[in-house]
Design a protein around this ligand. Structure first.
Ligand code: 26V
Length: 752
């Protein structure tokens, strides 16, 4: 049957009479049916990617692409005067992640399936996701994100497992999301849930009774854990996730007729950060129940499990009080204590290597490192810092376990889907080989001196800016000029990512324009990102940006030259709209603190030039494109680590020594912003910058402003800039998540 006829069967009425939502729903049915008809991928061994987050983004467009029917559906719609964009708008985006870590998990699932490797994701079905961000009075408010309302791609499998939480038994339910390989077969993302969860207990934004586990377990991702009940809930969630994963794995292995005493021949488990670490004792517990000894179970599990570290920030390395674990998962305590004792015996009681510390806290990452066979960082620099700084005691005893896997992104979503015009033009220039081997993008360098090609690329960028400008007008009510320079920083709000430094630059530029020094080309500074609900300083930074947006966009002297946009509720969909439109990609974390970054890769692929520190994967971008095609500023990670070790950084010195720093920092509490914003929030920011500045904004700000000026100056030499842009796209092939997954498979999983 032709696709057109097949679709007509789902739609049950002529396209010309159907509403966008009817078309969307029929397409979901079509995709689900097509996908169900694809065989499940089978390998000699299966990888389970366990993760608290899967930031999968909208599914419809991506699935149509991977099924190979996007273009045909698009033509069918266009023939009836309907835009695919309007149909895709009907889908609600699952908000099952914070940022990079969750999006990485989603890119990995896409690549695992595309490389025809058998691998499923295991996570949780959070009813309200992270939260939905709203702005009122230039402040962030959180409300439930009702992504499950309306039709979606989830399937209720009817599969249940029993999970014991604090001595009571709960019955889980497994929902599946198909993961379709590009022109290939399928794997699955399994999301577990409890039938008893009660959405009506949420009130006043995202508040709810944190003690009623039956009702609250899977309401939100990362419930506020600033109190004991919040922390207990995190442990409940984590155990619920891995208890289901462990039962699913053993069930599938038994169905395949495999001997679980040789589980490591058939199964690989990737532990995505420490949230799923309890899989180690839980899987051991189940093996022991099957009659395997503790020692043998530990060996099997170590050979199965591999751990990925995604951050060096101490506050993100989970340490749970043993007493909390005793309350929630008493069944695991003898095993965790056994593992701690084994580590104690193996290393003569070395406290650096102890799983349970002298305050009776269980260090999840330490358990992972002792009882898995691989420990990896997510960019070359990050892995070196793990080996020689943060995890040095473990590197000293387990050097051969350490390896690097530089992150990647799926080009199917972040080029083919989000930037179809560029994607088609690349096909036209170099053929479609890059879709299966991204290194082919280097063939674009043939056009380095072809003015026609370069100009066409500039035109595509301009179209993308028009598209982004439309979205900004529609969603934020702000008019932006597609002829301006799009300078973009979109990511979670965190002091280490230093959105505050960019905001200080905005103040610097505002003051320059006020004094008559106008930029040669107008500049649009775009921000987007959520702050954790309890993270005061991140919320203060959002407040500052929203105040600047108000001040600058309404000042007739300045607005023609400088605009500020803070996107509301930044998510994957908005990234797809803004990334292709970007000229300057802001990757300005304090060196050593951003483990990798993956937004940096998405921007580069779409022809933006990076303005960044020598941090995370920026270092690898620099090595690929060369210094002529990137703007690097600021102190190096060695210098920063040196300053932390020597306690040698005092931000007040920078504040008092430099008149221009003094001026921009004082602007935070000056008359212009005080007339608009909350003086306490802005005052707290200023005070923090002068007297604390843990992430060293004032250390790098002068170098940042100087290098940013250079970038803006270079933009005026369009002949030069368009070549920089071409080189960035051409060199992005290394950052395909297909490459990353090949490396995980060769070095860690060994699936064939
Ligand atoms: C989590 C939290 C949670 C509570 C508030 C403080 C805080 C600070 C940091 C984190 C990070 C958790 C781990 C994470 O998301 N890491 C990110 O992983 C990406 C994929 O590997 C990587 O590209 C980013 O650089 C890294 O920050």
């Amino acid at each position: 049957m032709s696709l057109e006829n097949e679709f007509a069967e789902y739609l049950k009425k002529p396209l010309s009479n159907a509403s966008a939502s009817e078309i969307y729903e029929a397409m979901v049915d079509l995709v689900k049916a097509r996908s169900a008809a694809l065989p499940k991928i089978r390998s000699n061994k299966k990888v389970y990617y366990i993760s608290a987050e899967f930031l999968v983004g909208k599914q419809l467009g991506k699935n149509l692409i991977n099924l190979g029917i996007y273009d045909e559906m698009n033509r069918l719609l266009s023939a009836n005067g309907i835009r695919m964009e309007d149909i895709e708008k009907e889908e609600k985006e699952p908000s099952l992640g914070n940022g990079g870590l969750g999006r990485l998990a989603a890119c990995f699932l896409d690549s695992i399936a595309t490389l025809d490797l058998e691998g499923d994701g295991v996570g949780l079905n959070y009813h309200f996701g992270l939260f939905k961000q709203q702005f009122r009075d230039r402040k962030q408010y959180e409300v439930p994100d009702e992504w499950l309302s309306g039709k979606n791609m989830l399937r209720d499998t009817g599969v249940h497992f029993e999970v014991s939480l604090a001595g009571k038994t709960y019955e889980s339910r497994m929902y599946d999301l198909d993961v379709i390989g590009y022109h290939g077969n399928r794997n699955t993302l399994h999301l577990f849930d409890l039938d008893t969860v009660d959405e009506s207990i949420v009130h006043d934004g995202i508040a709810f009774d944190k003690t009623d586990i039956a009702k609250n377990l899977t309401l939100f991702l990362y419930p506020d854990d600033s109190d004991k009940n919040g922390q207990l809930l995190r442990i409940y969630q984590q155990y619920f996730m891995v208890a289901n994963a462990a039962q699913l794995i053993l069930k599938e292995e038994k169905e395949k007729g495999h001997d679980i005493r040789h589980l490591d021949r058939y199964v690989a488990i990737q532990i995505n950060d420490t949230h799923p670490s309890l899989i180690i004792p839980e899987l051991m517990r189940l093996l022991i129940n099957e009659g395997i000894t503790l020692k043998h179970a530990a060996d099997i599990v170590s050979n199965v499990c591999a751990y990925t570290n995604h951050t060096i920030l101490a506050e993100a390395l989970e340490k749970w009080p043993l007493s909390y674990l005793m309350q929630v998962v008493p069944q695991l305590i003898p095993i965790i204590e056994g593992l701690d004792y084994a580590a104690y015996c193996a290393f003569n009681g070395n406290p650096d290597l102890a799983i349970i510390d002298d305050q009776n806290r269980v260090h999840m990452a330490k358990m992972d490192m002792h009882f898995s066979h691989s420990i990896n960082g997510v960019a070359a620099l990050h892995t070196e810092i793990l080996k020689h700084q943060e995890l040095k005691p473990f590197y000293n005893v387990y050097a051969s376990k350490f390896n690097n896997k530089t992150n990647g992104i799926t080009f199917r979503r972040f080029l083919m889907h989000s930037n179809p015009e560029l994607s088609d033009y690349i096909d036209h220039l170099i053929g479609e080989g890059w879709k299966s081997d991204a290194n082919h993008l280097e063939e674009l360098l043939r056009y380095y001196n072809d003015e026609n090609v370069l100009d066409h690329l500039v035109e595509i960028k301009y179209h993308n800016k028009q598209r982004a400008a439309r979205l900004i007008k529609e969603r934020e009510g702000i008019e932006v000029d597609p002829n301006s320079i799009f300078d973009v920083q979109i990511k979670r709000m965190h002091e280490y990512k230093r959105q505050q430094m960019n905001a200080l630059w905005v103040i610097y530029k505002y003051l320059m324009i006020k004094r008559g020094q106008k930029p040669m080309t107008p500049i649009t500074v775009i921000f987007g990102g959520k702050a954790a609900p309890a993270y005061t300083m991140a919320k203060n930074i959002i407040h500052l940006i929203l105040c600047l947006q108000e001040l600058i966009n309404n000042d007739p002297d300045v607005a023609p030259w400088l605009k500020v946009v803070m996107l509301t509720n930044y998510n994957v969909h908005k990234a797809e709209a803004v990334v292709p439109a970007c000229d300057i990609s802001e990757q300005i974390s304090l060196a050593s603190k951003e483990a990798s970054g993956t937004g940096n890769m998405k921007f580069m692929l779409n022809g933006a030039v990076t303005l960044g520190t020598a941090d995370g994967a920026n270092v690898e971008i620099r090595n690929l494109v060369g210094m002529d095609n990137i703007y690097i500023f600021g102190k190096t990670s060695d210098e920063v680590i040196g300053l932390y070790n020597s306690h040698g950084y005092h931000s007040a010195d920078f504040y008092y020594r430099s008149a221009s720093i003094h001026e921009i920092v004082d602007f935070l509490t000056g008359p212009e912003l005080s007339a608009i914003g909350d003086v306490n929030m802005l005052g707290e920011l200023r005070e923090n910058l002068i007297n604390k500045d843990w992430f060293m904004t004032l250390l790098d700000i002068e170098s940042y402003c100087a290098v940013k000026e250079t970038a803006l100056y270079d933009y005026e030499n369009r002949a030069w800039w368009k070549r920089k842009s071409l080189v960035n796209t051409a060199k992005a092939g290394f950052f395909s998540s297909d490459r990353t997954i090949r490396e995980y498979n060769w070095d860690i999983w060994n699936l064939k």
